[in-house]
Design a protein around this ligand. Structure first.
Ligand SMILES: Cc1cc2nc3c(=O)[nH]c(=O)nc-3n(C[C@H](O)[C@H](O)[C@H](O)COP(=O)(O)OP(=O)(O)OC[C@H]3O[C@@H](n4cnc5c(N)ncnc54)[C@H](O)[C@@H]3O)c2cc1C
Length: 305
């Protein structure tokens, strides 16, 4: 299929304000690296997500579903296909009783603020994670002893055949930073959380405490994709990296943060290749010195380490 046909078909499904060509992924990822996606599509309704997925599958077009891009590294050569961004255009949030219902593109910060307003506790852990709730379910994101698996009651998803399915609790097959969403190639449309009533001032204090700890320990003033590696059992990745003498180690524009060695920061002009080379170097060094092989938590599109 010709380029123009794909573009105009997508415009007819999503409208012209929601499809763009040759979009730099630097602008859409928190680490600010990567080349251009051939197309970026931003559906504004769940029906549009279903339709665009169906269209792309029927026409055998490559696609990649992203949220807020806070855990992603796109190749410098770009992405030869359609990046579907489920973000602020699909971010309605509501609540009823102890439940919060959010569209997949709602930010975790907005959902935690809604929980606070509703006097519901159990979601404070997520308030400082910079992603969407859809991305957080896919990753089973977590912090400060909380994780999505503790609070997700159900999700509405599109499966790899384009069918709508509802998953409840254990059906998500949550593990450490993984879920069935990723293994089965599902796209999250809506998430329902089950929380518990709590005292608003306690909820607020916990959110402030967690966010204060982040500001103190993490290099939040620099572009990054958060913790690069999963926590190896019994250790902390950042601590191992620091003990191996890699604090501040730099390749090109990518640096092991001197504030938190688990983060790789973009000094301003990093390429994705710099980031990948640094990830490889850190992994190799830590393995040689400790025998522990660090597994990446960040998602490297189109690449293996
Ligand atoms: C400063 C900083 C701090 C961070 N702190 C934490 C932390 O404390 N804990 C933690 O777990 N993570 C943390 N992260 C990483 C990241 O924020 C989380 O993994 C977050 O959940 C990713 O959400 P996202 O919307 O940005 O997803 P993206 O990065 O866009 O995508 C991540 C994965 O989710 C998939 N995905 C996204 N949306 C959907 C959807 N609607 N349906 C299906 N799949 C989807 C993508 O395909 C991809 O595989 C941090 C990142 C940064 C930059």
């Amino acid at each position: 299929m010709g380029d123009n046909a794909v573009f105009s078909d997508m415009v007819s499904i999503l409208g012209e304000d929601s499809v763009a060509r040759n979009v730099s992924m630097k602008e859409y990822t928190s680490i600010r690296t990567g080349g251009e996606a051939r197309y970026l599509a931003e559906p504004a309704t769940t029906e549009e997500v279903i339709k665009i997925l169906q269209y792309l599958r029927e026409n055998r077009q490559n696609f990649y579903v992203m949220g807020n891009g806070t855990n992603l590294v796109f190749p410098d050569s770009g992405y030869d296909g359609v990046v579907i961004r489920i973000g602020s255009k699909l971010s309605r949030i509501g609540h009823e009783g102890n439940r919060i219902m959010a569209q997949a593109g709602a930010s975790l910060a907005a959902v935690s603020n809604m929980a606070l307003d509703a006097g519901l506790k159990g979601f404070e852990f997520a308030s400082g994670i910079p992603g969407t709730i859809g991305g957080a379910v896919a990753m089973n994101a977590g912090a400060y002893d909380g994780e999505m698996s503790h609070v997700v009651a159900e999700t509405l998803c599109v499966d790899d055949k384009g069918r709508l399915i509802r998953l409840k609790g254990k059906e998500h097959a949550f593990g450490y930073r993984k879920s069935r969403i990723q293994t089965d190639g599902l796209v999250v449309l809506e998430v329902t959380l089950e929380l518990t009533p709590g005292d608003k001032s306690c909820i607020k204090r916990r959110m402030e405490d967690f966010n204060g700890r982040r500001r103190e320990k993490q290099p939040l003033n620099m572009p990054s994709a958060g913790s690069v590696f999963k926590r190896p059992e019994g250790y902390y990745a950042g601590q191992l990296i620091q003990e191996c003498g890699l604090k501040g180690y730099t390749i090109g524009g990518a640096q092991v943060s001197d504030k938190h060695c688990g983060f790789i920061v973009n000094l301003g002009n990093a390429t994705s290749q710099d980031v990948l080379d640094l990830i490889r170097y850190v992994r190799k060094t830590v393995y040689e010195k400790t025998g522990i092989l660090l597994e990446p938590e960040v998602r490297i599109i189109g690449g293996e380490l």
